[in-house]
Design a protein around this ligand. Structure first.
Ligand code: C5P
Length: 398
């Protein structure tokens, strides 16, 4: 529910702006007050009249005049909100935000606000994939800007791929997550997820079958309980959840650096399937067959154990450290020994033998092992398992 919440909705100038009218309706259905701001370009796609009629509010326009300033200055306007939402966030708006420009009403509000900002990017596939946009996105994520989407699909311009604005209901979910006053409000929780890729040469790497589904679900569930989540993810199959701070990495060593940079945290959940070894003699250029029939000999070096390092840290140990143990035999015995060896508080153990279908699947069956007990949960969806883990974490941190 969003009753009593005030959302400043900045509508960017793209074809997806028409969906923002539905977004206004959906947000109001949940009790929110929506104050719309139209950029000059968005007025090419939606009219101030329709926006104002749906919002039941005055619309702030790029071409605002002194009367508006007298009623409510732009600083006040940006701060009276509980959350600032940019939908659609065009490539241009994202670039302005990343660069810190303040040359129109929308960008000025985004610079002046002291509230969290959620963006729903929408643009042509090529524009989304352009290095400049990806660079801007990385900057914005680093600034703590929250994102939802874009989705993959057919676009108004006739192309297919990532770039469609998320559907209004998905944006509403992200808004609720961003505003959540749950039991973990004010708590910072770090989650690692996905596999790591360890390069052999510039085009080849060693990986594993982790999809990142369980870690992503845990991050989403923690965020839904109000936690401030930093999500450090390897190259996963599933997109990161909305409303969390995302840090993307490739290798175990990059993951370790990202985890250390994200500390301190109240709790940390290590759901990533980190490669135990990396190729020590990785080649800087692509390895080629030389016709001799001899295959290259790869030498391996052990990767840092991130979970063990954080669990045993004298200076930066979170109050609660949770590891995962993917085992194929003697699950409970191995996971119990692993918990002690690593020094974490809980190990979430699961059987990833191929016949269980858990690795890469949609369900999980886990036993949560602490120093006092081993609690076995029934086979549940990864979302339900995540919700139970998040609730258990909330009990400890409260
Ligand atoms: O040692 P093993 O990989 O079985 O332990 C699994 C747990 O340890 C998981 O929580 C995983 O995220 C974490 N881990 C880690 N760094 C590694 C290896 C595993 O954080 N290098």
């Amino acid at each position: 529910m969003l009753a009593g919440k005030r959302i400043l909705l900045i509508v960017g100038g793209g074809i997806a702006a028409f969906k923002s009218l539905d977004l206004i309706r959906r947000l109001r259905e949940r009790g929110a007050t929506v104050v719309p701001v139209l950029t000059k370009a968005s007025e090419e796609f939606v009219t101030p009249l329709s926006t104002s009629a749906l919002a039941g509010q005055k619309v702030y326009r790029d071409l605002f005049d002194l009367t508006d300033e007298a009623e409510m200055g732009h600083i006040e306007l940006s701060r009276a909100a509980d959350l600032v939402v940019v939908a659609p966030a065009t490539a241009d708006l994202m670039a302005k935000m990343a660069a810190g420009l303040a040359n129109d009403l929308a960008s000025t509000l985004l610079m002046a606000t002291d509230k969290r900002v959620l963006i729903a990017p929408a643009m042509n596939v090529r524009m989304w994939e352009h290095p400049a946009t990806q660079r801007n996105l990385a900057t914005l994520l680093g600034d703590g800007i929250l994102t939802v989407g874009p989705d993959v699909g057919d676009m108004a311009c006739g192309e297919h791929g990532p770039g469609r604005m998320s559907e209004p209901l998905a944006i509403v979910d992200a808004v609720e997550a961003a505003l959540n006053d749950g039991p973990l409000k004010g708590k910072h929780v770090l989650v690692t997820s996905g596999p790591t890729h360890e390069p052999i040469d510039p085009v080849r790497y060693i990986a594993n079958r982790s999809s990142g589904a369980q870690g992503t679900a845990v991050a989403r569930a923690l965020s839904a309980l109000g936690a401030d989540v930093t999500f450090v993810t390897g190259p996963a199959d599933v997109p990161p959840p909305a409303g969390v701070k995302v840090v993307k990495v490739q290798t175990a060593r990059e993951m370790k650096d990202a985890v250390e940079a994200a500390l301190p945290a109240d709790a940390a959940v290590f759901a990533a399937a980190v490669a135990d070894w990396r190729v020590e003699n990785a080649s800087g250029s692509k390895m080629k067959k030389d016709g001799s029939g001899n295959a290259p000999a790869l030498e391996f070096a052990e990767n840092p154990d991130i979970l063990a390092a954080v669990s045993q840290s004298k200076t930066n140990r979170p109050q609660l450290v949770v590891g995962f143990a993917a085992e194929t035999d003697d699950v409970i015995a191995n996971a119990t020994a692993k918990r002690k060896r690593k020094g974490c508080d809980w190990i979430v153990a699961n059987d990833v033998s191929p016949e269980t279908g858990i690795m890469g699947g949609t369900e999980n069956a886990v036993t949560v092992i602490s120093d006092r007990e081993a609690e076995t949960w029934p086979r549940l969806s990864k979302e339900q398992t995540a919700a139970k883990i998040a609730a258990k974490i909330a009990e400890v941190l409260q």
